[in-house]
Design a protein around this ligand. Sequence first.
Ligand SMILES: [Zn+2]
Length: 304
Amino acid sequence: MKQTTIKKDILFEGVGLHTGSNIKVKISPAFPDTGIRFMRVDVKNSESVAVSPYSVITTQLATGIKCGDFPISTIEHLMSALYGLGVDNALIEVDGPEIPILDGSSKPIVEMILDAGIKELGKNKKFLKVNRRIRVDLQDKWIEIIPSRFFKITFGIDFNHPLLSVQKKFVNVTAESYVNDIARARTFGFKNEVESLWKMGLAKGGSLENAVVIGEEGVLNPEGLRFEDEFVRHKILDLVGDISLIGYPILGHIRAYRSGHQLNNQFARALIESTDCYSLVEMGEEHSDTEKELVLEPQGVVWS
Ligand SMILES: [Zn+2]
């Protein structure tokens, strides 16, 4: 199985969740072994930086990295879309301090990537194959990975809210299941928390256009939910994005309970550092049945 990149440049713009200002993004094809690199193009002396769990400088509300001397926040949905579709190499140029929030999910980015197309490159893809369990606890939250031939996630959430208490979801993460079951799930927040963020001058770009907001009576968004369990699906979307910073597709089953950006990042670091618990492998053609070519048709995603 070969490394991939996108076939042509992708350009998009939109409101940043934190600043509320309009930000432009360009994603360009990249050579094998480039990985995913970010670059701020609105500042002098900027350089492109390869993402890793160690480039993360904030996990408050979103995952933000240090790019040279400058921050880029809210990278997780874009990273999740690239990983979900199996894009290994790309350069992402941003003209501001965060990636636009778009509709709060990774669906718009997934559609743009599928529209641009994904191409194979001349070098083999390396997978991080987990051989032994790795676990990280943070108070009552935990996350672990156990060996599996595929990349699987089981996620459980438990909020103290009548509308959103326990949700649990299992996904065998392939490009197909990512597009159909995960990408459309939007970020969410509770009304009282959103209001206090606004009072503090945070989440200026946040609105019902890009987040599911939960009030005491129910979901405030007039269009309702995209999935009955949209919340746990979005937690999986975030986890895929946060764990993708390790730079390799994973063969293993992640099980997480109430994890968020902070614990996801701690876990990504623990995973990389547990060198005795995994090996880096190349996959033969016999496993290629998990990868198919994605084609976006006007009526939606079809598979060939
Ligand atoms: Zn998110």
